[in-house]
Design a protein around this ligand. Sequence first.
Ligand code: GTP
Ligand code: MG
Length: 227
Amino acid sequence: MILERPNVINLRKLQSQLGGLKNRPDINELSKMIKMFQLYQAGQKEISTKLENLDSEFQVNYDYNPIHHMESRMKDMQSLLQKADRKGYELTVESIEKNIFDIAGIRVITNYVDDIYKIEKMLKKQSDVTLLRRKDYVKHPKTSGYRSLHIVVKVPVFQAEGPIDVPVEIQIRTVGMDMWASLEHKLRYKTNVEKKLVDKYGDQLQEYADELEKIERGMQDIHQSLI
Ligand code: GTP
Ligand code: MG
């Protein structure tokens, strides 16, 4: 049995770690933020469960699983506050809820390109899931070559005093797109790589992104002809 140990946040310790911020939130606001975090985590669990159920249902109906695997992550409080500070938002629960949508995140890795849209469609059909934002970097890749479908949905979390809608960011991409993004992320965020190499590998990765797209489409066609 694996026991999940929740991240225990120590209020005073957290406050002392936020020294570099322009408008450091007071302890009262920080404590409200911790409550907000718990709510967002509950929303993330709701969506993960929905996705797992949809994948199982698909398996029964079509003898095939669109989801290869899923990863979920909560932005940690420090990086959330740093992001809000960097973007010039007020460091209050109200302002963070209005402006930042990737506090709770789920990455869904699919087997094939069409599965990305199948999953989006199945999720949107659920009566308690509402689409808030959508960026299709599969149809419109970034100049880096990055491909992925980013959606933000809201889902109700049932609290003692009633339901509260919570946004969850879902990045949906194929195994190939995910492999590409991990390597490209390493290239961009490693600070000790020479600029010349970053440019060279960046160009190479951009070409590979196009090649991967062709290969994944071709493999999808083979897969479909075998069903
Ligand atoms: P922020 O969330 O504030 O960064 O802005 P945004 O919502 O406009 O961002 P975007 O839709 O571009 O997606 C942000 C996330 O997508 C990042 O945290 C990465 O995980 C991923 N991402 C976006 N662009 C790239 C890219 O060029 N390369 C890689 N490897 N990942 C990317
Ligand atoms: Mg974002």
